[in-house]
Structures are given as structure tokens and as C-alpha cells.
Design a protein around this ligand. Structure first.
Ligand code: TIU
Length: 245
């Protein structure tokens, strides 16, 4: 099978058909600030444990996606160290004791270059994979994501990451309005609230897939298996040369 053959993945509200050569995996905000204690999530009063179930399925999916030679893109929510791009309304929202830009256990919260802002080690970007630093919830707002996707001829997205109802939903809605098909993988997206996880996915697939499709990573990983590029070619069998030293 070549990378240009269409694949069909079971999904709701109906199967997702995509051409891997024109499809990118977009992993949203799998950052330490959202998935490890002491970051932005904790400052907002959330239990990071709710999100950690997404790490292993994302890791397996990313490995299969890379093995197939397809485009993976990572996003990070965060702000300039001088906070010049941080809207005052976002800074004070929630009335937390520590807010964006303040010092926490993993460095300044949601500030670019700080340990907590970076992507968790399990899903760390590989060389050559674009990383989109975004100041907002949506990955298209004030970023070059759309240009990168257009330049690569991408028209369909597989979207994973956190959180389902905030940055994943916002990104899927932005993508939908820009003409992209989005498949969201329910085991690879997470919320601090089960009700928002359920509602966030329901809103995507409702009304005939008003914003996109919802599927599971195991179906996608299985469909990608035939595309895997062998990492080392089998050693050619060279007949022994008579008289060679
Ligand atoms: N990445 C993302 O979803 N940012 C958030 O602030 N999410 C919350 O659920 N708070």
C-alpha cells in the first residue's frame, strides 16, 4: 500500500475516510503544566490525574504515525516571558493565588521556555516535527499553523491532546471553519471533568458531524500498520566471491 491510498476508520457519526499523505496529526498542549502537578492545571484547582490516561494511547499513536512517515505537529499554550501577549483578562481570570506568569514548582506558569510549559517527555517532539506556540486556546489563533498545513497540502487532521472541551474543541472549531476535516480520538483527548469530556465529544459528532468525527486510536493504529516504513532494510544476500581475500 502506498501513502496516497485512502484509509477508512470506524468513527461517529460515520466512517472517517482520509488520505494519509494529506492528513496531519495535531497533538494539542500535552504540556507538563496541564499533566503534572504544580502547573497551570493545579493553579486552577484541577486534578491532573484525570488527563494522564491519554498519555499511553497518544504515545502508541505517535509511534505508529511516525513509523508511517506522516506529519505530526505539536502545540503548546503559553506566553512570552515579558507577558506582552497575555491579555489582562486571561491573567486575572479565576482569581487564583498563582496565575499565568507567576513562579510555580515547574517554573513560571505557562511561560515559554519554562519547564512546565514544555511537552511531557513521553510525547516529546522529534526533530523536524513542527511545534506551534499558541497564546490562546485555539491552535490557529495568532499562529502559523494554517500556513504550515497549507504548505504541506494538508486538508484533514487527526486531533488529540488536552483538554477536550477547551483547547481541543476550540482548535477543531477553528479548523472546521478553515475547511479541514477533523477526526478526534476519544481515548487520546482528556478533560478534568467527565461531563465535559462526554459533552465535548458529543458536540463534535452531533448533527451529522457538525465539527468532525470521533473515533478511537486503536482503529487508527491498526489501519496505519501496513504503511509502516521498515527501519532497517534486510541485509542483501551477496554471493561469496571466489578467490576473494
Ligand atoms: N490546553 C487547554 O485546554 N488549556 C486550558 O486552559 N484548559 C483547561 O481546561 N483549563
Amino acid at each position: 500500500m502506498t501513502a496516497s491510498a485512502a484509509l477508512t476508520i470506524p468513527a461517529e457519526p460515520y466512517p472517517f475516510v482520509f488520505d494519509p499523505a494529506h492528513c496531519a496529526l495535531v497533538i494539542i498542549d500535552m504540556q507538563r503544566d496541564f499533566l503534572e502537578p504544580g502547573g497551570f492545571a493545579t493553579a486552577l484547582g484541577n486534578d491532573v490525574g484525570m488527563l494522564r490516561r491519554t498519555i499511553e494511547p497518544n504515545r502508541k499513536l505517535l509511534a505508529a504515525w511516525r513509523a508511517a512517515g506522516l506529519l505530526a505537529i505539536h502545540t503548546r499554550e503559553g506566553h512570552r516571558p515579558d507577558l506582552a501577549d497575555l491579555p489582562p483578562a486571561k491573567k486575572v481570570r479565576g482569581h487564583g493565588e498563582i496565575t499565568i506568569g507567576d513562579k510555580g514548582p515547574m517554573g513560571r506558569i505557562l511561560v515559554r521556555g519554562e519547564p512546565g510549559h514544555d511537552i511531557i517527555p513521553e510525547l516529546y517532539p522529534a526533530a523536524g516535527e513542527p511545534v506551534i506556540d499558541k497564546p490562546g486556546k485555539g491552535a490557529f489563533f495568532a499562529t502559523d499553523l494554517h500556513a504550515i498545513l497549507q504548505n504541506r497540502g494538508i486538508s484533514q487532521l487527526v486531533v488529540t491532546g488536552v483538554t477536550t472541551e477547551v483547547c481541543v474543541n476550540t482548535t477543531v472549531r477553528e479548523a472546521n471553519d478553515r475547511g479541514y476535516d477533523c477526526l478526534v480520538l476519544e481515548d487520546c483527548v482528556g478533560s478534568y471533568f467527565q461531563a465535559f469530556q462526554d459533552a465535548g465529544l458529543a458536540m463534535i459528532r452531533a448533527q451529522g458531524g457538525i465539527f468532525g468525527w470521533v473515533g478511537t486510536s486503536s482503529d487508527l493504529v491498526a489501519a496505519l500498520a501496513p504503511l509502516a516504513i521498515p527501519t532497517s532494510a534486510p541485509a542483501p544476500s551477496v554471493p561469496a566471491l571466489k578467490g576473494a581475500a
